[in-house]
Design a protein around this ligand. Structure first.
Ligand code: AMP
Ligand code: ZN
Length: 471
């Protein structure tokens, strides 16, 4: 499988450090607000990457942090702590905010069929480890104390800008919100590992450290959480493209200085979801969420489908018109699957056809996770000259990676179609019968079936679930 690696600026064959196993790290959300659908684009595409690796037979261990301290309103070292900003906005404690929005994030992920990583680690749960690693960086001469804070000294590195040339504009990220530059830094690119002499007197979360009471910088969190859970050699690190600099650049600086060798081989960056007004971002205040889409009547899975129709390395423009087009296409897809299911085809799967059509799908995903072509492969299956069993087997197989809930949505559709003109009283009796069957009270279930029959309806168990029809 080929993946584009931001570190080398080319597509490369993905070869994990240990054959058959993948150590994967993902930058998690900063939980001071709801995730917007731009953030979720990154998590959807990373989810496809993880699932495709598993589908390919690789044993993936995926770790994600939860940023609940240290991420400032600039991605550098200036501005307020985002968590504090959230707490002030809602008149709550930082931990209340963190708990609430962490749960909201995973609820959104569940609605988008995004799998929860194997390890999810809030930063506030690993403070001792951050302090230990910062201590080692100081001992090794990579970090210094100035003005009360601990800084990473980027001049100690042979190459700091590992992802290539960084423009002057990017370098200004640290001061982009009009906050004055930090005069304690020896070099402009240096960054904070530990805020001790806090600029923010009201910083709620503080911990004791050898350098005084303070709190960690955002970048050290990801380095430590990754190394602690995945060891010294990371196969692949994921995040949105805005994280490449300064966040991932700083992660590499810290981790490799600490370890004394190369840390991560592949860097997978998802490009942005934009609106007509530019990049969608939480700090702009107005942004779209999963519940916002739901309140407008969209099933969240339609948004997942919308994302998969584009390549992850292209920025994607969100508009309701585009989402409506995705909805129409998704509904058609589900209707076709429902139709095929209704055929109740008992013919065996045609193995040769299955392998041939599957190859188009794996070729697409092997080519730098080309989900758009993967979906084309799915359409080709539905049009192919083969039986319904083979088509359904392939659709279900691809959906292990795409996670579009095709079978489940087709089943719902079939049920709702068939139940349209069934009176509420009969539907209620049918539900009671299903409950009785579940509870293994078959005498009651049979009695309910007879009652339904006496009212002129027949109940049938089919592959799509329970169906009711007039006699
Ligand atoms: P945050 O919660 O701000 O730490 O961001 C969570 C993830 O979303 C990170 O991987 C970001 O790089 C990513 N991200 C932020 N904005 C966007 C966007 N507009 N489109 C896609 N990904 C984004
Ligand atoms: Zn990170």
């Amino acid at each position: 499988m080929q993946i584009y690696n931001t570190l080398t600026h080319k597509k490369e064959e993905f070869v994990p450090n240990t054959a058959g196993k993948v150590a994967m790290y993902t930058c998690g959300p900063t939980v001071y607000h709801y995730a917007h659908i731009g953030n979720l684009r990154s998590y959807i595409m990373e989810d496809v990457l993880e699932k495709y690796m598993r589908y390919d037979g690789l044993d993936v261990k995926r770790v994600m942090n939860i940023t609940d301290v240290g991420h400032l309103t600039s991605d550098g070292d200036t501005g307020d702590d985002k968590m504090l900003k959230g707490a002030k906005r809602e008149h709550k404690t930082v931990m209340e905010i963190a708990d609430f929005y962490t749960k909201a994030f995973f609820d959104d992920c569940a609605k988008l069929n995004i799998k929860t990583p194997d390890v999810v680690q809030p930063a506030t749960g690993m403070i001792d480890e951050f302090i230990r690693v910062i201590g080692v960086l100081i001992d090794k001469g990579y970090a210094y104390e100035a003005g009360g804070n601990i800084y990473f000294d980027t001049s100690k590195l042979k190459q700091y800008y590992v992802f290539g040339d960084v423009s002057e504009e990017d370098l200004e990220i640290g001061v982009r919100e009009g906050v004055e530059e930090d005069g304690n830094k020896r070099n402009k690119a240096d960054f904070v590992l530990w805020f001790t002499k806090s600029k923010f007197d009201d910083q709620e979360l503080k911990w004791d450290s050898p350098w005084g009471v303070g709190y960690p910088g955002w970048h050290i969190e990801c380095s430590c959480i990754s190394m602690k859970n995945l060891g010294e050699y990371l196969d692949i690190h994921c995040g949105g493209i805005d994280n490449a600099f300064p966040h991932h650049t700083n992660e590499i600086a810290q981790s490799e200085s600490y370890l004394g060798h190369k840390w991560c081989n592949y860097w997978f960056h998802v490009h942005h979801l934009n609106t007509a007004g530019g990049k969608m971002s939480k700090s702009k205040g107005e942004f779209l969420t999963v519940s916002g889409l739901e309140s407008k009547g969209y099933d969240p899975i339609v948004y997942r489908f919308f994302c998969l129709q584009s390549h992850y390395r292209k920025s994607l423009v969100f508009s309701y018109e585009n989402l409506d087009n995705a909805k129409t296409a998704y509904d058609k897809l589900v209707a076709r699957i429902a139709q095929l299911t209704a055929e109740n085809d008992t013919a065996p799967v045609d193995k040769a056809k299955f392998d041939e059509l599957k190859k188009a799908f794996t070729d697409a995903l092997d080519n730098d996770i080309n989900t758009a072509l993967g979906i084309t492969a799915l359409y080709d299956v539905l049009k192919a000259d083969t039986n319904a069993s083979t088509k359904l087997a392939l659709a279900n197989d691809f959906d292990r990676v795409l996670s579009l809930g095709l079978a489940e949505h087709a089943q719902k559709l079939a049920q709702s179609d068939s139940q349209e003109d069934i009176p509420a009283e009969i539907l209620e009796l049918a539900e009671q019968r299903t409950a009785a069957r579940k509870a293994k009270d078959f005498a009651k279930a049979d009695a309910l079936r007879d009652e339904i029959a006496s009212k002129g309806f027949i109940i049938e168990e089919t592959r799509q679930g329970t169906k009711i029809r007039r006699k």
